[in-house]
Design a protein around this ligand. Structure first.
Ligand SMILES: [Cu+2]
Length: 122
């Protein structure tokens, strides 16, 4: 049975769309506290917004403080109704100095991405 012209067209469309979908990794678009900003000592949450949905069970951050110490953080979860936004509770008061956030995520298309940014506390 010959494929109809319409069916053939949709197959070509699917084939041409697949590579671009596979390349859609989760890139960090926004973060709170913002990269290179000055946050308050009361900051108790890191919020990271990505370009696509992420899997919280396979995503997380490491927060490193001014004396290169690891700052305790809770498990990452998704913002309600937004699978592109990862929320990480900070379990310690932040002393003044520079902080580095090293993040890693697995996006809903199962690709891994990672990166880092810094902020400081007055
Ligand atoms: Cu991807």
């Amino acid at each position: 049975m010959a494929l109809s012209r319409k069916r053939l067209a949709s197959l070509f469309l699917a084939a041409s769309l697949t590579p671009s979908l596979a390349l859609a990794h989760a890139h960090l678009q926004q973060q709170q506290p913002a990269a290179d900003s000055v946050a308050t000592a009361q900051t108790n949450t890191l919020t990271l917004t990505f370009s696509e949905g992420v899997e919280p069970a396979f995503s997380g951050v490491t927060l490193t403080g001014p004396q290169q110490q690891k700052v305790a953080t809770g498990p990452a979860s998704l913002a309600s109704g937004n699978d592109r936004q990862l929320i990480v509770p900070i379990k310690a008061e932040l002393s003044p100095g520079n902080y580095q956030v090293d993040w890693h995520v697995v996006s809903v298309d199962s690709h891994k991405t990672k990166g880092s940014y810094q902020f400081s506390v007055k």
